[in-house]
Design a protein around this ligand. Sequence first.
Ligand code: SF4
Ligand code: SF4
Length: 91
Amino acid sequence: MKEWRGIPRAEIPWYPTIDAKKCIGCKACAEFCKNDVLEFNQDTGKTKVKNPYNCVVECRTCARICPTEAISFPDEMAFSNFLKEKLAKKE
Ligand code: SF4
Ligand code: SF4
């Protein structure tokens, strides 16, 4: 996705962050997401974020299915305010 509601996707800081200390390498997130955001790394035995800007804005599904709560997203309120400001500038 190059743009989201007319905003360049690369200007929208919405993507998962994986805490490597918590990741047990179960691959559930990487196998679930079809957007090529996440990649299991054979060497480390953990999943990493490969293409952050492929993530669907405001999707959090992989965080919900992670058994160890290793995946996090930006603060909901702060992100919502960020989007409002960005969208208002376009009007
Ligand atoms: S939040 Fe959704 S789109 Fe983004 S990486 Fe997770 S499952 Fe994929
Ligand atoms: S679902 Fe969680 S524990 Fe499993 S690979 Fe993904 S980040 Fe790691």
